[in-house]
Write a protein that binds this ligand. Sequence first.
Ligand code: AMP
Length: 212
Amino acid sequence: MKNIILIAPPGAGKGTQAKMLCDKYDMVHISVGDLLRKEVSENGPYAQQLEEKMSQGLLVDDELILKIMNQRLNEEDCEKGFILDGFPRNINQAILLDEMSKQIDYVIYLDVSKETLKNRIVGRVICPKCGSSFNTLIEESRPKKDNVCDTCGSQLEKRKDDSLETFEKRYDTYIKETEPILDYYKGKNNLYSISSTDKEEVFDTIKSILGV
Ligand code: AMP
């Protein structure tokens, strides 16, 4: 399988698409946000520093992200092909990723309007165990039983940074820091853009881009 970068504003469905791809194909989903949240929940050495930035919707320092990503991308399972969800998130990280000499085959951009994102973020609930995502404000995405994961039966949780206020900050951070990397990848000719909001349609388009 190939190596993929998913770029999208918060709430556009990067995590959902990455999970769908990994469920169907033998690939590794690397969610930087999940790795950081794990560090916080386990109260690791960087927990306080991370929580401060994440709760404000700001990016964590590149140095720390690079350390985490260098380690993760050199683990053996990445040889199967990986999907990067949440990295790179600024031009400097894109340059640092190039310096890691990992081949990147596809950069896929999910283009979703701010209004749609807002609803998705504010209603989003996540399963801490299997990573499935649901939405209490969107009829077709509600869990079958209130607050219970359809997939594994665990109690669903709300992410701390999924409030309206933090969404606005995360969205601003995305526009200022992350969106400019689209131009960086445009110059490399491996950027694909998808503007549907239907998750199955997005998934089908990704599959056709990958030729699988
Ligand atoms: P996510 O789950 O991808 O929405 O990420 C949640 C939060 O983790 C972001 O709002 C940032 O504070 C932090 N974060 C995730 N990925 C990165 C990254 N590549 N660089 C810096 N901070 C990040």
